[in-house]
Every structure is written in structure tokens, then in C-alpha cells.
Design a protein around this ligand. Structure first.
Ligand code: SF4
Ligand code: SF4
Length: 344
């Protein structure tokens, strides 16, 4: 993260805004991946599920996304799903407009469909392809977006490979290196990222890593990043695997990102996983990246993270004050009623 971006983000936080916006632009996905958090029953808090929401398409989707972008003015936008490429026609219209607005946009997809080659010319548009391990495991988990199909879909594109490490991958010596070696040799690949599987609290998914697996994955990634520069994960970020936030309140990523679901109004909290995620087993690369930024000393024992968190409190207070002012109604005598402190 550049210094100028940190300062811009800080400015937004101080005024109660979110520097990052993530939008599930569709509820549809042709895949049925095991462990998918978007279609987990807890994702939207338990009362509704993603597939039950009404979503948009066509020009209405394009206009509504642009309206949200103009309202939130994010520095960084993630378009996720479902699979955003289900709405590829809409994306072909949206992407140039987002680039023209100067917004850094990340499109996260399974690459079940061809990535438009012309997106490679945009400076601020990044396509992230999710891959669940080496071909046998990936193809089993993510068909129809198999290795063969992905290789065709990205053949004229430039993409980031993102893989979520599960207990199965962590238990096989040399697995991660084999994965990095396979993808690092290809001209379409700009960088490789890893996350670790993040469960909901109390979950027993087979994907969950043990504590010792987390530590050995961390050590392996620290070695791999030196051998394969395409593994674009700084050492400080990787070391965050050992000390994830204890709660969403301690997570800079959760505090600085607004996530909206497919009806473009349901807010997903406390972070993109929704539900009640187990922060102490978190392995989300975005959370680790911002936690690493947050550890940078600013003056003495004061870190960037402590300034961000204090600013977020100030920003939320400022936003609440604005909302209170908006609720202020004239009394029957035509005078203003006293301000009311709304519950948070
Ligand atoms: S591609 Fe993504 S959204 Fe679709 S099922 Fe798989 S993990 Fe879930
Ligand atoms: S990103 Fe990870 S640490 Fe942050 S709130 Fe979500 S689960 Fe917790």
C-alpha cells in the first residue's frame, strides 16, 4: 500500500466513510464449491440466504452499481458474487467506466468464462482467479471451472491467482511449492496470493487447519516467497498468520470495508464472510495485509493501526452526528426539537 493511499484511506475513515467497497453483484454461480462462504446459511445473518435475494441485471445493474460507487466513492472496489462473470455483459460496460472514475477495481472469479482480453489494458482493473489447489483437488471441488477451462479462459488475460489453503493441502508436504511452480511459469499470471480457510465460530469443516498446520504453512510461505518472487506476499503479511485479530473490532479490514450483497442494499457483516466468523482462525489475505500495514510504527509505540482504529471511532461518531441532524424534525410550533442521541 502506497503512503498516498494510506493518507487517502485515513481521510475517509475520519469522516465515517469506508475506503473499500465490496459488492456481490449477482447471487448466481454455476459452481457449488464445498466450503463456499457466500452460499453458507449464516452468510447474511441466518434469516435470509444469498439465493433468496432479488438481484439485478442489464442496464439496471450497471446504473445501480455506478450510483453506489458515486455515493461511497471507494478507493478500492471488489466485485464478487456468486460469480461476477455471470454478469459479463454488464461488466463489459461497467469496467471501462470504473477505470475512468479512477477506482481500483478487483473482479474475483472462478474463470468459468473467458476473461475479456481488453481488460488487460486497464491500469486499475485486476482480475483474481480463485483456484483450490492442484488439478485433481481443484477439479473435484470447482467443476465446471476446471484447470482446463481456466487455462482457456485466461489465455489472453493477465490475472492474479488466489488459492485458499485448506487442511488437505497443508497436510501434504511439497503441495504448496508444486502449486506455485505450476502457476508461476505462465505468462498470463501477474502474481500469486494465498489465504487460509476461515471458518465460522464453532464450525467443524474438514477444510479447517490445525494450529500446527497454520504455523507450518506460514513457515513454508516464508521460504516460498524467497524462491518465487511471483508469490507477492510480503514477509510481514505472512507473519500475520500467527496472530490473527481476536474479533472484528480488531480487524482493520473489517472496519474499513463495506460489503453489500446482491440486492445492493443488504450489508454483510462483520466482514465479507458474514455470519459469525472465527477471527482467531482467520487467514484472509486482505485482513492479514491490512494488519501488517497497521503494525507500522508512526511515532514511538504509536502504530498506524492504532491511529486507524481511533480514527474509525471518530469517523463513526461524526457519521452518527450527521444522521442525528438528518433526523431532526421541526416541532408543531415550527421550532427545532432537541437533538436525540440515537442508540448505536
Ligand atoms: S465460485 Fe465462489 S461463489 Fe461460486 S460456489 Fe464457488 S466459492 Fe462460492
Ligand atoms: S476478515 Fe477475518 S479477522 Fe477480519 S472480521 Fe473477518 S474473520 Fe475476523
Amino acid at each position: 500500500m502506497k503512503k498516498s493511499q494510506v493518507l487517502q484511506a485515513w481521510g475517509k475513515i475520519l469522516t465515517g466513510q469506508f475506503p473499500s467497497l465490496s459488492i456481490e453483484i449477482t447471487k448466481e454461480c454455476p459452481l457449488r464449491c464445498p466450503g463456499c462462504y457466500a452460499f453458507d446459511a449464516a452468510h447474511l445473518g441466518g434469516e435470509t440466504q444469498l439465493r433468496q435475494l432479488s438481484d439485478y441485471r442489464g442496464d439496471e445493474l450497471v446504473q445501480r452499481i455506478l450510483a453506489l460507487v458515486d455515493e461511497y466513492k471507494p478507493l478500492h472496489l471488489s466485485l464478487v458474487g456468486g460469480d461476477p462473470l455471470v454478469r459479463y455483459r454488464e461488466l463489459e460496460i461497467l469496467v471501462p467506466q470504473l477505470e475512468a472514475r479512477g477506482i481500483h477495481t478487483q473482479i474475483v472469479t472462478s474463470a468459468f468464462r473467458v476473461i475479456p482480453p481488453e481488460w488487460a489494458k486497464f491500469k486499475r482493473v485486476y482480475v483474481v482467479v480463485s483456484i483450490d489447489g492442484l488439478q485433481p483437488e481443484h477439479d473435484e471441488r470447482r467443476k465446471p471451472a476446471t484447470y482446463e477451462r481456466i487455462l482457456k479462459s485466461i489465455s489472453e488475460a493477465r490475472v492474479t491467482i488466489h488459492s485458499t489453503i485448506t487442511s488437505t493441502f497443508a497436510s501434504r508436504p511439497g503441495y504448496l511449492e508444486e502449486f506455485v511452480r505450476f502457476w508461476s511459469g505462465r505468462p498470463e499470471i501477474a502474481r500469486i496470493w494465498f489465504s487460509l480457510f476461515t471458518p465460522q465460530r464453532g464450525a467443524t469443516d474438514p477444510e479447517i487447519l490445525t494450529t500446527s498446520q497454520r504455523i507450518s504453512v506460514m513457515e513454508e510461505l516464508l521460504c516460498l516467497r524467497r524462491l518465487y518472487p511471483i508469490l507477492e506476499m510480503p514477509e510481514e503479511l505472512i507473519r500475520e498468520i500467527a496472530t490473527p485479530p481476536k474479533s472484528p473490532e480488531e480487524c482493520i479490514f473489517a472496519q474499513t470495508t463495506q460489503t453489500l450483497s446482491a440486492d445492493l442494499k443488504t450489508k454483510i457483516t462483520p466482514c465479507q464472510f458474514g455470519g459469525d466468523p472465527d477471527c482467531e482462525q482467520c487467514g484472509c489475505i486482505a485482513s492479514m495485509g491490512l494488519a501488517a500495514v497497521g503494525r507500522h510504527p508512526v511515532a514511538g509505540s504509536l502504530t498506524a493501526g492504532r491511529i486507524f482504529m481511533a480514527s474509525a471511532k471518530v469517523g463513526k461518531g461524526w457519521k452518527r452526528a450527521q444522521q442525528i441532524l438528518a433526523f431532526r424534525k421541526p416541532s408543531s410550533l415550527g421550532e427545532a426539537e432537541p437533538f436525540t442521541i440515537l442508540p448505536s
